[in-house]
Design a protein around this ligand. Structure first.
Ligand code: LMR
Length: 391
């Protein structure tokens, strides 16, 4: 039976991690998978998380099962940061813990399907795993352009997709720090009105909250949508903004039309979670809860987030300042974009040459992780770009 299986190509992004690790060149540059790096190229555990983990070790008195919803203290503690002062929107929002943002996206798509959604509109390019999850759940995809060639969001395309949507469609949007383009929507009010008028279900993926302009600024678009529409699904990741990547810390929130509909919705999500992973891993969510329940640790986390955001902003400005040195790549646009990622219009050959001749690793789509650049390697990267783009 098992010999019926055809070999699958490894996930291209994850394969890059291995290729980079095997490259012996000391001055290689990793701009592949989306992890934050410091100016020394490290991805340390957050100071706030270290202390929260210590507290967890000292105080946790049981590792007995919770339930498919995971640590409800964790999901509740995040809510004011996501939804604002009225964190349940009048008792209409409830959350559950998921294995990473991936688990949350999967649950959102599967729950939408269970509710009768048959097709999801998705801006492209998108995070490659979005398409994989949609295919795996068996959801039809209707793609629209996410960004224009000059590095702006293609608002007409998203509004057109929403207007054309059928009542049984959903629309998947990145909340901020778009992966892979870094191009965020600025006219969320128009998107929110279009969603409300069309009556389609929004699925909002928030994987980089706080890494663009600030915690409130980054989530403003999502809040604008949630104020306008009757119901929505929100996938949230703490992998980046708490640096918990391998601990797989995500949350999934459901916003119902009426508070009395929430129990039925949540019960469906619980049974889907039970069938998929039963319960989410506890440790990372519990550490986040400890951070957010302690004012000192929360302050430290906010400082760490600011440090990350400001460093990435500096890198974006260095790259934008080199716009004239590498004509044709529109590096100037990077200063206007947000988060870890940007897309460079490089050919497959140029991307291969960057890797082979210069030890620069980036996704095959031309996506770079700007956090892989720092004071010690940005000049080399710009010179490498100039080399591969000249003739
Ligand atoms: C990325 O896009 O690099 C990250 O979201 C990591 C992942 O799981 O793909």
């Amino acid at each position: 039976m098992l010999d019926n299986l055809q070999a699958q190509a490894p996930d291209a992004l994850l394969a890059l991690i291995k290729m980079h690790a095997e490259d012996p060149r000391e001055d290689k540059i990793d701009l592949g998978v989306g992890v934050y790096r410091t100016n020394d190229g490290a991805t340390p555990v957050f100071r706030s998380i270290k202390q929260a983990e210590q507290k967890l070790i000292d105080e946790q008195d049981s590792k007995s099962y919770l339930g498919p919803e995971g640590d409800t203290g964790f999901t509740a503690a995040l809510m004011p940061y996501i939804f604002g002062e009225d964190a349940t929107m009048g008792g209409r929002i409830e959350g559950m813990q998921t294995p990473g943002g991936t688990g949350a996206v999967r649950l959102a798509v599967a729950l939408a399907q269970q509710a009768g959604v048959t097709r999801i509109h998705m801006g492209t390019p998108s995070w490659p795993n979005h398409a994989q999850i949609l295919a795996d759940v068996g959801m039809e995809v209707a793609p629209f352009n996410h960004a224009t060639k000059d590095g702006n969001a293609d608002l007409d395309a998203v509004l057109g997709a929403i207007r054309d949507a059928k009542p049984t469609d959903a629309v998947l949007l990145h909340g901020c720090c778009h992966n892979p383009t870094g191009v965020d929507y600025t006219e969320w009010d128009k998107i929110a009105s279009a969603l409300a008028d069309a009556g389609v279900l929004p699925i909002l993926d928030v994987a980089y909250h706080g890494l663009g302009q600030g915690l409130d600024e980054d989530i403003a678009g999502v809040r604008t949508v949630l104020t306008a529409v009757p119901e929505a699904l929100i996938a949230y990741s703490c992998d980046k903004n708490f640096g918990l990547y391998r601990d797989r810390v995500g949350a999934f929130y459901m916003m119902a039309k009426e508070p009395n509909q929430l129990d039925a919705i949540v019960s469906n999500a619980n049974s889907l979670a039970r069938a998929n992973w039963s319960m989410p891993p506890d440790h990372g969510g519990a550490a986040v809860r400890n951070v957010l329940h302690d004012d000192t640790l929360t302050g430290e986390w906010l400082d760490e987030l600011t440090e990350m955001r400001e460093r990435m902003r500096r890198v974006r400005e260095w790259l934008a300042a080199a716009d004239n040195e590498v004509p044709g790549l529109n590096l100037a646009a990077l200063a206007e974009q947000n988060g870890l990622f940007a897309m460079l219009p490089l050919s497959k050959d140029q991307i291969a040459k960057l890797r082979e001749d210069h030890g620069v690793y980036m996704a095959g789509s031309g996506r770079i992780n700007v956090a892989g650049l720092h004071a010690g390697n940005t000049d080399k990267f710009i010179a490498a770009l100039a080399d591969v783009t000249q003739g």
